[in-house]
Each structure stands twice: as structure tokens, then as C-alpha cells.
Design a protein around this ligand. Structure first.
Ligand code: EPS
Length: 397
């Protein structure tokens, strides 16, 4: 059951990208400025290709917002591709050698394309500009309830920030977000950032590409989003699916994820204690999700991005036009997309959380949602009256 849904359309070198987001409540203050702020973040990052010098992404809101507030109707956003003028009146050279790891070959097999640029144009990560714009709208909704989403790069190639315990204190994450945003590789540790920059430089010299890991956290998410009762409403599943849909993402983790497999159960979970009547944990190995439901701690999602398939140094391939072995052609691309992927992962996390929040609170307007948010049950003894009495299943009573 989803309350929000979105669709994107557009080719990388077509006139524009289009996004439609449906399900936002009425009454949310929204304008291009907040969206453009996120779009500018997506354009910034060391290792970006030359395309980002051509574009100046700007969101045109053309439906669903009147006098600066959402009406409850579907939102339409367009982002112009400034590069289109360079392609519009040109004869496009044939593309018949697929890049290993890209959608070139798979797209042609599936759709019967007779030129691989048909695959490229839609498979390009240019599409993520629309997702970031849609994520910005979702962030605006979450912000009304004090929820923030941010992220940073934890590893690039073999260079990584030393992984410790996942923090439970939102302030630790907020500090990381700010520090990461202050450098061009979006790493919260300046010394590691310098090594990451060296790594990207070496990659460019080697005419290669470099992957890495992005960690995104959502702060002040109330407990109770998602559900343990249906597989498709589990919050972790929804987050993993949404994040895995991002170009080049080949793995997603929640909390300690794969690392937890190396520990015994007594060390893999978050012991509970009381602070007054509040039930708290001193650790956040669960990454804010237990049983497919948010537990009130920061939600922590990690995305593994493979190195981009388009490498300047050619990889072996096959020319589909001649049926002979051939090196792949170079297409302009990023050398390292990982710093730029931070706002993209944030966008998908924000979308899933905004959806889960709308599902939890219901209603058609922000005014209807607010009192329901204030009345949400929290992890406090007084919110959780127990019968403390034996009972029977009684299915057949
Ligand atoms: C991108 C736009 C694309 C690529 C890149 C990201 O534009 P162009 O193909 O004209 O250079 O630079 O896309 C990919 C890395 C990819 O594999 O498709 C963007 O807007 O982020």
C-alpha cells in the first residue's frame, strides 16, 4: 500500500526531464528554490564528468502547487537539458558496441533496439536529477514533522572511514552531514576526504572509474512507520528496493547489515534500558528499524555503488553490426559518481519515508496530518499498557 508514487520520463539528451509525484497532502509550502538547492547538490562532486559544466539544473513546477502551496493534486516538474541544443540538429552516429555493465546490450535484447543509444538515452543517470527533485518535495513534507535526511560517503575504492558503532544520537549524524557537505567528496572526515580525492585523481589518470559506499541517515523519524505484518509494507524492504533502483547500486544495507553476520546475537542487537519512562538503546545496530518498523532511532541505509561502466580505457566487447570482437567506444561520463550520489540516495530514502508517514497518518491535508502526528504512540511506558495476564488463542472459540 503506497500513498505516494512517482514517475519519471525523459532522455539524457532530449529537451527535458519530467517528473510526476502524486499523493502529497494539500497545504505544503513548496517552491523551486528548495528543489534547485538539492539539484545543485547533485551537480557538485569531485569526479563528475564534463556534462555537469553544461547543465544548470532548475526545476519548473508546472502543476500541483498554487500560490506556493500544494493542492493535493499530482505535482509536475520539468528540468531542461541544456545540452539538448548540441544534439537537436545533429545526425547521431551509430552505436553498435555495448559497454559491459551498462544497459546497452540488455536494453537492446529486451526492446529490440537497432541502435544502442536507445538504451543509453534512458538508462543514463541523468534521470536521477528528476528523482532528486521529487526527493526534495518529500524532504519538504518530512521537514514539517521535524524529520531530516542527510548523507555522506564512507568509502571510495579501498579508502574508507573507519566503521564504528552506528550512532543513536541524531546530533552526531547532523554534524557528519554538515562536515561532508563542506568538501567535494562529501566525506565527513577531512583527512580521509583528502585520500579519497587522491584516489579519484589516480582513477582519472588511469582512464578508469571508481565506486564506493554512501551512507544516508534519517533523523527524528517517529516509531511506527512500516509494518511487520505484510512483507511489502516492511520499511527496510521498501528502503532497500528504492535505493537499489538507483543506477550503479549493487548492494544495500540497513544498520550493521552484513557486518552483523560476524557477531553473536548478544552483540548484534540494541539492549534496552529506561530513561525516565522512555525506552531507549545506547546503540543503533538495527539502523532504526526493527521488525520492518521504525523504532525512533536514526534510520541508517548504506548503498554500495559499483564503478560506472563507461571507462575511458576501453573494455572488450563485441560489435553487433559486424559480429566481430571490438573495444567499446567511450561516451562522456563521470569518473566517480559516488559523491554526487549522496543526494540521490537521500532522495529515495526521503520518498519512502514520506510515503510511510502519509500511510501512517492518512489525511488529505497537512492540517489533518499534524494532530495525528502529535498523537502518535511513542516508545514510553505510559504509551504501552500491558494486560500482564494469560490468554488463549481461541481461534475456534
Ligand atoms: C549524468 C548525465 C550523463 C552522464 C552521467 C551522469 O550525461 P552525458 O551522458 O551527456 O555525459 O554524464 O551518466 C552516467 C554516468 C551514466 O552512466 O549514464 C547526470 O546528469 O548526472
Amino acid at each position: 500500500m503506497t500513498r505516494l508514487r512517482f514517475l519519471t520520463a525523459g532522455e539524457s539528451h532530449g529537451p527535458c526531464l519530467t517528473g510526476v509525484l502524486e499523493g502529497l497532502p494539500a497545504g505544503l509550502a513548496l517552491g523551486s528554490a528548495a528543489i534547485d538547492h538539492e539539484l545543485a547538490r547533485r551537480q557538485r562532486g569531485f569526479g563528475a564528468g564534463p556534462r555537469m559544466k553544461v547543465e544548470a539544473d532548475h526545476a519548473r513546477l508546472t502543476a500541483g502547487v498554487l500560490a506556493g502551496r500544494t493542492t493535493g493534486a499530482p505535482l509536475a516538474i520539468t528540468i531542461e537539458n541544456l545540452d539538448h541544443v548540441a544534439w537537436r540538429d545533429r545526425d547521431i552516429p551509430p552505436m553498435t558496441v555495448p559497454r559491459p555493465g551498462h544497459a546497452d546490450l540488455a536494453g537492446a535484447v529486451k526492446y529490440g533496439y537497432r541502435d544502442l543509444r536507445r538504451s543509453l538515452e534512458r538508462a543514463s543517470a541523468r534521470e536521477t536529477a528528476t528523482r532528486v527533485a521529487i526527493g526534495a518535495c518529500c524532504k519538504a513534507l518530512l521537514g514539517e514533522f521535524g524529520i531530516t535526511v542527510g548523507g555522506y560517503v564512507t568509502s571510495l575504492g579501498t579508502v574508507h572511514v573507519v566503521a564504528g558503532e552506528t550512532p543513536v544520537d541524531p546530533a552526531v549524524f547532523a554534524d557528519r552531514f554538515a562536515r561532508a557537505e563542506a568538501n567535494d567528496v562529501r566525506c565527513c572526515d577531512e583527512a580521509v576526504a583528502a585520500r579519497m580525492r587522491d584516489g579519484i585523481q589516480a582513477t582519472i589518470r588511469a582512464r578508469d572509474t571508481l565506486g564506493g559506499i554512501v551512507e544516508v541517515a534519517a533523523l527524528h523519524v517517529p516509531p511506527g512507520l512500516g509494518s511487520h505484518v505484510h512483507w511489502d509494507r516492511r520499511l527496510g524492504a521498501r528502503l532497500c528496493g528504492a535505493v537499489a533502483s538507483i543506477h550503479a547500486v549493487k548492494g544495500v544495507e540497513i544498520g550493521h547489515g552484513f557486518q552483523a553476520t560476524q557477531l553473536p546475537g548478544t552483540q548484534a542487537h540494541d539492549a534496552l534500558h529506561l530513561e525516565g519512562t522512555a525506552i531507549r538503546s545506547r546503540s543503533n545496530r538495527a539502523g532504526g528499524i526493527e521488525g520492518g518498523i521504525s523504532n525512533g532511532a536514526p534510520i541508517v541505509v548504506r548503498a554500495a555503488l559499483k564503478p560506472i561502466a563507461t571507462t575511458l580505457a576501453p573494455q572488450a566487447s563485441v560489435d553487433l553490426a559486424t559480429g566481430a570482437p571490438a573495444p567499446m567506444n567511450y561516451e562522456r561520463s563521470d569518473f566517480c559518481q559516488v559523491p554526487r550520489a549522496v543526494p540521490i540516495v537521500e532522495a529515495m530514502v526521503a520518498f519512502v519515508l514520506a510515503d510511510a508517514l502519509c500511510e501512517k497518518l492518512g489525511g488529505d491535508s497537512l492540517d489533518e496530518m499534524r494532530p495525528r502526528f502529535d498523537a502518535l504512540r511513542r516508545c514510553r511506558i505510559e504509551d504501552l499498557p500491558m494486560d500482564a495476564a494469560a490468554w488463549r488463542f481461541g481461534y475456534e472459540a
